[in-house]
Design a protein around this ligand. Structure first.
Ligand code: AGP
Length: 615
């Protein structure tokens, strides 16, 4: 997620902006910049990489002025570079933006035809051109920004300044966070409270569609229709550290609760229900290429490998092409059957995992086409891919992957629909039905998060367990694997995920009153006409018959499973291929609260690194 900071007052602000950006570093970024308006006009200084690179540039030339905006960029469109760093400036207008403009390509075409010249690959630069064009028509800055926003589709937290309208910032919010800070003869704007906490604790949280004109003495707030708003001023009493986590105790907890937004950002602009198809920006998969494929080979590690098992199910169900899933550390050292009719998919949140990168290179060296599903723009695996399907989860700070997993599943689903449409195995009406279900998922995730107190109570009840078994069938089997990994890596309880059908082949020997079992038992599974549900009921009975304690994750309205469980967590229902995105949420929260209750270092568990860049 990008970071925004803005100031309008009487002080020189370049240094103040950089300090504010430093407080937003936790959001992750790959370039940064500031724009300051002073006697010399509007000056922009930007640098790829860390803030220290920007400070070095500012050391050579510190722009003077008391109105300014700053930005740390987490790349979504366009690689990390000086040119793609924000602020973007055009015709005396400077903008910083956090979000995604879905229709930026058509707007850019229109502006290019009118003679506009672009200097970046970003979607954001569009705003500077649109606003400049409106000012040239005679509009004042606020009206010019409002008119530009009407032409844009997508998400934004936006801050704008203009040479023609000094000592003024115009800001607006739609789906990406923005707060206004109220100072003494000065005012601020920021993506998040930490950036301005050193100057004020009085903030106004902007809401969807809010629009603000900020000068040093006044903040004029209106809604999308221009009607005056009076949003309450909140007094922030967090410590700066708490503020970085937006009030959450841990980054992992914050990231679990960010998943609805992360999924929306990953789906947005790609799933087209009207056409019953998917637009995969960054992927040049056409019918000719896809129809000659004989298999898909997925390579990944850890949580990304669990997501890949679900991805296999999605692709084989919708595109009817054989899919193999390998642990990257295994794949690269066997003599894999890969050729130029193989699509190799490397899945990696960080895009830097050594084993995954090595396997990807191995597959490509044997002729495979390489597609990466990554969360970090410009990462090693993304750079070496022929096609990249980015998840837009934003930086994942907690070592334990949460929003990376669910957005990888959404990415796989989009890929599966696209492959199915290109191979002719998925009709338009069926694709429309699947995509309608996908659009509903973020709302369902928010619904599951509301059961947190129930999940926390179950977690506390079992937080002293020495071992725990996770069971699932069909699409829920990889969720059992992922739930076990979450619990073991942050609470240090030994946990195993198993296909429930394997119980009789060994694990049932482990069952007694000291072996709690979490069973993923959502009712609907039209993949197998509900066979999995009936069978999993039997598995629960087997566990109970041997004194095992059952924690059940079941469908809302199901009255059978809760009767058989010591703790039961209800789930809303959706397309069975998408159910793993919903059913993994309780396992994430369960693991989080067990670990928090045990007092382990949830965000930085012992012995683990966020990205395993060594073998
Ligand atoms: C999952 O919670 C762990 N952080 C770990 O298993 C991780 O998924 C694995 O190291 C792969 O990382 P990547 O997705 O960045 O390649």
């Amino acid at each position: 997620m990008c970071g925004i900071v803005g100031y309008v007052g009487d002080e020189e602000c370049a240094g103040l902006l950089v300090e504010g950006l430093r407080k937003l570093e936790y959001r992750g970024y790959d370039s940064a910049g500031v724009a300051v308006l002073g006697k010399k006009g509007l000056e922009v200084v930007r640098a790829k990489g860390k803030l220290s690179n920007l400070e070095a540039r500012l050391g050579e030339h510190m722009p003077k002025g008391a109105t300014g905006i700053g930005h740390t960029r987490w790349a979504t469109h366009g690689k990390p570079s000086d040119e793609n760093a924000h602020p973007h400036k055009y015709g005396g207008v400077a903008v910083v933006h956090n979000g995604i403009i879905e229709n930026h390509l058509e707007l850019k075409d229109e502006l290019l035809k009118q003679g506009h010249k672009f200097s970046s690959e970003t979607d954001t630069e569009i705003f500077a051109h649109l606003i400049h064009r409106e000012i040239e028509k005679g509009l004042r800055l606020p009206e010019a920004v409002r008119s530009a926003l009407k032409q844009v589709k997508g998400t934004y937290a936006l801050a704008v300044m203009s040479e023609k309208f000094p000592e003024m910032l115009v800001v607006s919010k739609n789906a990406s966070p923005l707060v206004v800070g109220l100072g003494d003869k000065c005012n601020f704007v920021a993506s998040d409270v930490p950036a301005i906490l050193a100057h004020t604790r009085d903030v106004i949280y902007l809401e969807e569609g809010d629009f603000a004109v900020i000068t040093k003495g006044e903040v004029e707030l209106t809604n999308a229709n221009g009607e005056k708003l009076n949003r309450g001023v909140k007094r922030i009493d967090w410590t700066p550290t708490m503020a970085e986590k937006n009030g959450h105790k841990h980054f992992m907890h914050k990231e679990i609760h960010e998943q609805a937004r992360a999924l929306t950002d990953t789906i947005r602009g790609r799933a087209n229900i009207e056409e019953g198809d998917v637009f995969l920006d960054g992927c040049r998969l056409d019918a000719k290429l896809v129809q000659r494929l004989t298999k898909v080979q997925i390579v990944a590690c850890g949580t990304s490998w669990h997501a890949s098992i679900t991805g296999k199910l999605m692709i084989e169900t919708l595109a009817r092409i054989p899919v193999e899933v390998d642990l990257a550390s295994e794949f690269r050292y066997r003599d894999p059957l890969v050729d130029d009719k193989t699509l190799c998919v490397a899945v990696s949140q960080s895009g830097e995992t050594a084993d995954t990168l090595g396997s990807f290179r191995e597959a490509k060296s044997r002729g495979a086409r390489g597609l990466a599903i990554c969360n970090v723009v410009g990462s090693a695996i993304a750079r070496e891919a022929d096609d990249v399907l980015y998840t837009h989860a934003g930086p994942e700070i907690g070592v334990a992957s949460t929003k990376a997993f669910t957005t990888q599943l959404a990415a796989f689903f989009l890929l599966a629909v696209r492959l199915g449409r290109l191979r002719g195995t998925l009709s338009v009406p069926d694709a429309q039905k699947h995509l309608e279900a996908l659009f509903e998922v973020p709302m369902l995730v928010e619904r599951v998060l509301k059961y947190e107190e129930q999940i926390k109570a179950a977690a506390y009840k079992f937080s002293n367990a020495r071992d725990l078994l996770f069971l699932g069938r069909g699409p829920q089997y990889p969720v059992a694997l992922e739930g076990a990994l979450k619990l073991k890596e942050i609470s240090y309880i030994h946990a195993e995920g198993y296909a429930a059908g394997e119980m009789k082949h060994g694990p049932i020997a482990l069952i007694d009153e000291n072996m709690p079992v979490m069973v993923l038992a959502p009712r609907d599974s039209t993949i197998d006409a509900g066979v999995n549900y009936e069978k999993i009921l039997g598995n629960i009975q087997e566990v109970r018959a041997r004194g095992g304690r059952v924690i059940a994750i079941h469908s809302e309205g199901d009255t059978q499973v809760p009767k058989l469980a010591e703790a039961a967590i209800p789930l809303p229902q959706t397309n069975p291929l998408l159910m793993p995105i919903i059913s993994v949420i309780p396992t994430q929260l369960f693991s989080y609260h067990v670990a928090d209750h045990r007092g382990t270092d949830v965000d930085q568990p012992r012995n683990l690194a966020k990205s395993v860049t060594v073998e």
